[in-house]
Design a binder for this molecule. Structure first.
Ligand SMILES: [Zn+2]
Ligand SMILES: [Zn+2]
Length: 140
């Protein structure tokens, strides 16, 4: 993503709504987006084929962005169908450490679960990549 793309996304932010799960029976319109999660992808499909990197851009509201920065919640996000689910770490059976786990397929879009796309965010930045943060770094 170049600078023009970023600026364009930020300009469109006022018309975007949060794409994360807020539970059933809620209106998207109640959760205006305040930022985007930006997640670069690139993975090897098999030994021969490297799938070119693409960037996943997900509009999020203030509450979700805050939850993603904290240590209370882990978000499961399916990048096949863009459905998502929050897990409260305290009550989870497994011990989650990631802010987001990216799924290749989920029960909503496929019966075949394609596995996790592991990304240790702590190694990349110190948390989830937000667009505004990128812009802040660029401006500094
Ligand atoms: Zn939200
Ligand atoms: Zn899915």
């Amino acid at each position: 993503m170049n600078e023009i793309d970023r600026l364009q996304l930020l300009a469109e932010l006022t018309r975007e709504f949060c794409e994360l799960n807020h539970g059933p029976n809620v209106r998207r319109e109640d959760f205006p987006a305040t930022d985007y999660i930006v997640m670069p992808f690139g993975y090897a499909e098999n030994e021969m084929t490297e799938v070119a990197a693409r960037e996943m851009v997900v509009p999020v509201c203030y509450d979700c962005a805050t939850a993603l920065l904290g240590n209370e919640w882990t978000l499961l996000y399916c990048f096949e169908c863009c459905s998502s689910q929050w897990i409260c770490r305290r009550f989870a059976k497994n011990s989650y450490q990631h802010h987001i786990l990216w799924l290749r397929g989920c029960p909503h879009c496929t019966h075949e679960f394609g596995g996790l796309y592991f990304n240790d965010f702590k190694a990349v930045t110190d948390g989830v990549g937000f667009l505004r943060e990128h812009m802040g770094i660029m401006a500094a």
